[in-house]
Design a protein around this ligand. Structure first.
Ligand code: HEM
Length: 220
């Protein structure tokens, strides 16, 4: 969301519409939207914004992550509510870019680091972002492994024909984006990333309060 005008975020669920559905950073999310369309058909009274966010908090919980408080109230909007491209973070960039993107939405350094811990789950796909591979060995489980691996493994540039990304020297099966690595390089980011690597409970707790869950349309 933009703090100035309260636009963006899950309210209105504008990612259903062009041009937002075609923003590069949304590549692959049609797969998730289509899955949830089946639930929407069965329960047509729920708004898309409520359905998508509820699916998100359920997924984190089912993956053994924290229970994220959730409440309904988002409404469906129209294509003219679509947000402009360029508001989402770019994995090929580092701390200055992350701050530009997240500060605009009202997040602070600690929240940027906590939210990045979601990369414990899932993976990158060459046909979506161009990057390749998972961040952790257990990509269907919500853990603090992302932070542990950032510090415990030795990371080097992957030698390949794709966009610049890091690979772990030991198994060469994991990946980190340049944006992920910046969490270990920037002094302020590093402080939080280290704390989460050392304390999974702290990560869970701060992840939950960093999410923009407190009201349907805005973070605060
Ligand atoms: C900090 C800035 C961030 C950057 C630069 C970034 C970048 C990316 C990229 C490039 C991918 C790979 C997409 C693909 O190829 O399929 C990805 C996937 C993912 N991101 Fe982020 N992301 C960021 C923050 C976040 C946040 C805040 C969350 C959630 C709280 C998140 C959750 C995920 C998840 C779960 C996936 C895996 C998707 C899948 O398995 O298909 N990311 N991210």
């Amino acid at each position: 969301m933009a703090l100035e005008d309260n636009s963006g975020g899950s309210n209105y669920a504008t990612m259903r519409f062009k041009p937002e559905s075609e923003h590069g950073a949304n590549n692959g999310l049609k797969i998730a939207r289509d899955r949830l369309e089946k639930v929407k058909q069965e329960f047509p009274w729920i708004s898309y914004g409520d359905l998508w966010t509820l699916a998100g908090v359920c997924a984190v919980q089912e993956a053994q992550g924290p229970k994220v408080p959730w409440r309904p109230g988002r409404i469906d909007g129209y294509d003219h509510h679509c947000t402009p491209d360029g508001r989402l973070p770019d994995g090929s960039k580092a701390q200055d870019h992350l701050r530009d993107i997240f500060y605009r939405m009202g997040f602070n350094d600690q929240e940027i680091v906590a939210l990045s811990g979601a990369h414990a789950m899932g993976r990158c796909h060459t046909d979506r972002s161009g990057f390749d591979g998972p961040w952790t060995f257990s990509p269907t489980t919500f853990t603090n492994d992302y932070f542990k691996l950032l510090f415990d493994e030795k990371w080097s540039w992957r030698k390949w024909n794709g966009p610049a990304q890091f690979t772990d020297s030991k198994t060469k099966s994991l990946m980190m984006l340049p944006s992920d690595m910046s969490l270990t390089k920037d002094k302020e980011f590093k402080k939080h990333a280290k704390a989460y690597a050392n304390d999974a409970d702290l990560f869970f707790k701060e992840y939950v309060v960093s999410l923009p869950h407190s009201s349907p349309s805005s973070k605060r």
